[in-house]
Design a protein around this ligand. Structure first.
Ligand SMILES: Cc1ncc(C[n+]2csc(CCOP(=O)(O)OP(=O)(O)O)c2C)c(N)n1
Length: 348
């Protein structure tokens, strides 16, 4: 594909062909992860309302296809960096919901021993370098990881998730420029859910299509339907192969929508009920994916029902695990704040 061209991926185009590239087991796992993300967040929201979780949280309900589709072609040694809305990325990259629940509940068995909470889960065993409360904070971290990949001569890639709000940050422009001049293996994934808090993309961003910003940094830009798994995964494959082949970074804009407010304190005064209803009833990424699986006869309805039940059991077991886990010892509060890892060997 020529540089500086924005690719418009139609929501249904070539869907059967794209899905046929994956095995039944892979497609089942895709649906399992999307359902896990949805139920994990709904249950976390419920636990928050009941007072089991403190602070705030940012839910990505409605954005499941983007997280799972982008991560499917990654291996566990590839890196991701995430955002304040990162639960979906975490599960998509292979995290265990029970340790995520424990982290939310502030328990010692959580991914960060209860020190991080919703916005700071890192799962380095799966290459997840962590969620980030700083808008645009993950961008330079991903570029640094990609630089390290290149210096070590490894074939891995770094995938960087960020929101539309981050595309107006200095860190976005510096990161894309740096990754481009050094042809680093980064996939920049902007999840455009139409709003940064209450500010619409139209009011905040000088270009109508964020993917066009790729042209300024001589990399391909893709503007895709982020609620259709096939569109997401086929674009992910393309951008990842380019990065692995040493051809440098890409910018993928997944156009999607968050059904819930920005965070728990959002009163939703900047958007209409009709807009939310339209996205949640007409463009639900999970309903779409299930419909595609049935339509192309890739998974029978009984399997889908069985998956839903097993996800429900996993969620309930995860909540129990979190509730029954010990709190950190108050004398150890400042332990585990920094990772205890030796420096990596760098090839010159
Ligand atoms: C550097 C910085 N500026 C402002 C904030 C406050 N803030 C937190 S989330 C957010 C909106 C981010 O919007 P976007 O990047 O589109 O992600 P979304 O919440 O839509 O997923 C803002 C302004 C912050 N955390 N960091």
């Amino acid at each position: 594909m020529p540089l500086q061209q924005v690719k418009e991926t139609g929501s249904r185009s070539g869907e059967a062909e794209i899905l046929s590239r994956y095995t039944t087991a892979q497609l089942r796992d895709v649906l399992r992860k999307m359902l896990l993300i949805r139920r994990f967040e709904e249950s976390a929201e419920d636990a928050y309302m009941r007072g089991h979780i403190h602070g705030t949280m940012h839910l990505s309900i409605g954005q499941e296809a983007s997280a799972v589709g982008m991560c499917l072609p990654l291996t566990s040694s590839d890196y991701i960096t995430s955002t304040h809305r990162g639960h979906g990325h975490c599960i998509a990259k292979g995290a265990d919901p029970k340790r995520m629940f424990a982290e939310f509940f502030g328990k010692e068995t959580g991914y960060c021993r209860g020190r991080g909470g919703s916005m700071h889960i890192a799962d380095t065993g799966q290459g997840n370098l962590g969620a980030n409360g700083i808008v645009g904070g993950g961008l330079p971290i991903a570029v640094g990881a990609a630089l390290s990949i290149k210096r070590r001569g490894s074939n891995d890639v770094a995938m960087c998730f960020f929101g539309d709000g981050a595309n107006n940050e200095g860190a976005f422009h510096e990161s894309l420029n740096f990754a481009s001049i050094w042809k680093l293996p980064v996939i920049f994934v902007c999840e455009n859910n139409k709003y940064g808090m209450s500010m619409s993309v139209e009011r905040s961003t000088a270009v109508a299509d964020i993917a066009k910003r790729a042209a300024a940094y001589t990399m391909p830009g893709y503007s895709i339907d982020g609620n259709t798994f096939a569109a997401v995964v086929s674009t992910a494959e393309e951008a990842i192969s380019r990065a692995r082949a040493g051809e440098g970074p890409s910018l993928v804009v997944c156009n999607t929508y968050r059904w819930r407010g920005h965070s728990k304190s959002d009163r939703n005064r900047y958007r209409t009920r009709e807009e939310i209803d339209e996205w949640s009833t007409q463009r639900c990424p999970i309903a779409r994916f299930e419909a595609a699986l049935l339509q192309h006869e890739l998974l029978p309805a009984e399997d889908i029902e069985q998956l839903r039940q097993s996800v429900e059991e996993e969620i309930q077991a995860g909540l129990e695990f979190a509730k029954n886990s010990p709190m950190p010892d108050v004398n150890e509060l400042t332990r585990y704040v920094y990772a205890d890892q030796p420096a990596m060997e760098v090839r010159s």
